[in-house]
Design a protein around this ligand. Structure first.
Ligand code: ADP
Length: 513
């Protein structure tokens, strides 16, 4: 290419560059401007020559800008201007402004230092990123609203489901013919499924909406293991699975309820997806961490599905005969583990079994501080003495009537009150042997626990009680520990668990008396 042609091309390129190009001297006076400057700033390129660079800078930025120019002269290098500050703005001839990206490069000509600046109009980029930010904020808002809606809806659905559950149990007691009883049993199974789904929905929406503040205490792993043994022993036995939970002596600084939920869901899955062989929980101590491993010899998970199993509502065999849950168990594990700073990994071989590993970082391990708490013992299901009464306090009419009907059919001498004031009036003659069942949320001023403490103070002995709550994890955090002679049950309460708790408390009273 001929030299004069090359110069022509270079000149053409410089003037028609998509960026506005400027050269300023060390006094920040404009010495060169290309033709794009005219398009971008509305000043004729020639008319800018000899003008101070400030001409192109909005007034409010001029002082700061001068400082930049002077400091650039001290260490000139090719760099983005204002990369660490927020947005840069440039001033048009008509007084309007636009966001700009500016790149600077030192230029030495004839021993003198100049600065070359490439200015790009960033209006479109800024608009796009603002749109992105608002879309993101909108999505976050919608997601939080969804979680709040789910939490409220699943919470409010508990009362009617509790009523249906109790009426179903009451009907099963009085309906004599086999065909109707069979239908009621099917209804019972459907209600159980609904309760399970509701609990899972409530758990995941609470975790996702950030409504849970973990309360860290020293949790004895031995106690957690014992509770898992008690909870899963009978179902493992009914499937003839060899179920073994290791003994553990360490303590963990964590939120007890969430931690239990993580292990509970992993063991529940292991048992659910295993038909023969074993389910084991064992503990491995490493330098940096302690691993709690839940392994089974069950159906296993295909390799290509492993990275999806922690997603909400994901089930490997969602339509097949193996569908046994609602697909939220591992999403709850994921959220709870994240909140607690635990990492959970699952490996599996199809047809051979699955291994879930919960890694607890060393810093969370409390070696000796924790003594194993007394292991809970399944209460013997003995009947309450005939002189004893069950004193029920429940503010929801339908739930109260259904509970009362069920308890009476179970043979309990039952008295019920709708308000704290009614309860105080009706329960003046509380006798040893009587048991209180109260909803935790009674009215805006009182909880079932307040009512219980008031009653105990008044009668002068430790009236045994069952407190029911639609939000058991929060209740357990609120009471922070245990209240003696008091059992907490989740609402909707399983009717067998309710009867067992009543009989357990009454047996405790007789043993202690
Ligand atoms: P689900 O309520 O369906 O059990 P989860 O979120 O707990 O939902 O688990 C997601 C899916 O991962 C399950 O549907 C199941 O296909 C698979 N899965 C989880 N744990 C196991 C396991 N121990 N053995 C085999 N498959 C499992």
């Amino acid at each position: 290419m001929q030299v004069h042609k090359l110069n022509e091309i270079t000149e053409h390129l410089v003037h028609s560059s998509p960026d506005a190009l400027l050269v300023v001297d060390e006094d920040a006076v404009i010495r060169f401007a290309n033709e794009t400057v005219a398009v971008m700033f509305g000043h004729g390129a020639e008319s800018l020559i000899g003008k101070p660079l400030e001409t192109l800078v909005p007034k409010r930025f001029r002082d700061r800008h001068l400082g930049h120019v002077l400091s650039y002269g001290k260490s000139p290098q090719n760099r983005e201007m204002g990369a660490r500050s927020r947005e840069l703005h440039a001033l048009r001839a008509d007084g309007s402004e636009f966001p700009a990206n500016i790149r600077l490069a030192p230029l030495r000509v004839g021993g003198k230092l100049y600065v070359a600046a490439a200015v790009r109009d960033a209006t479109e980029r800024v608009r796009a990123s603002q749109e992105l930010i608002s879309a993101r904020e909108e999505a976050d808002r919608a997601n939080r609203a969804k979680s709040r809606f789910l939490a409220t809806a699943s919470h409010d659905l508990r009362q009617p489901i509790q009523t249906i559950q109790l009426l179903n149990a009451a009907l099963l007691k009085i309906v004599p013919d086999a065909e109707s009883r069979d239908l009621l049993r099917q209804q019972h199974a459907a209600i159980d499924g609904m309760v399970h789904l509701l609990n899972a929905l409530l758990d995941i929406s609470r975790l996702e909406s950030g409504a849970i503040d973990p309360v860290v205490t020293n949790v004895a792993l031995a106690t957690v293991c014992q509770e898992l043994r008690v909870e899963f022993q009978s179902v493992a036995m009914s499937k003839a699975i060899d179920f073994h939970v290791a003994n553990a002596s360490i303590g963990i600084a964590t939120d007890r309820t969430l931690f239990y939920q993580v292990l509970h869901n992993l063991v529940a899955n292991a048992i659910k997806y295993t038909e023969r062989g074993f389910v084991r929980l064992r503990i491995e101590e490493h330098d940096e961490r302690v691993s709690i491993i839940v392994e089974d010899s069950g159906i296993g998970i295909p390799q290509d599905k492993l990275d999806r199993i922690f997603d909400e509502y994901y089930q490997v065999d969602a339509r097949g005969a193996k569908r046994m849950g609602v697909g939220l168990g591992l999403a709850i594990v994921r959220e709870a583990a994240h909140m607690l700073g635990l990492s959970v990994t699952i490996t599996s071989k199809l047809g051979e079994g699955t291994r879930a590993c919960v890694d607890v970082p060393r810093r969370m391990i409390v070696q000796e501080a924790v003594k194993a708490e007394a292991a809970p013992v399944a209460a013997p299901a003995e009947a309450l003495p005939s002189t004893s009464r069950v004193l029920l306090v429940e503010d929801n009419n339908a739930v109260r009537l259904a509970t009362e009907a069920f308890l009476k059919l179970e043979g309990f001498n039952t008295l019920s009150a709708a308000t704290v004031a009614d309860a105080e009036r009706m329960f003046v003659d509380v006798q040893p042997g009587d048991i209180v069942i109260a909803d935790f949320h009674l009215d805006t001023k009182h909880t079932g626990v307040d009512l219980l403490f008031g009653l105990r103070a008044r009668v002068g002995f430790e009236v045994p009680a069952i407190i029911l709550s639609g939000d058991l994890p929060t209740l357990l955090r609120t009471v922070n520990g245990e209240i003696s002679n008091c059992v907490f049950l989740s609402k909707p309460v399983d009717v067998d668990a309710l009867v067992q708790a009543i009989n357990g408390l009454s047996a405790g009273v007789r043993v202690g008396a």
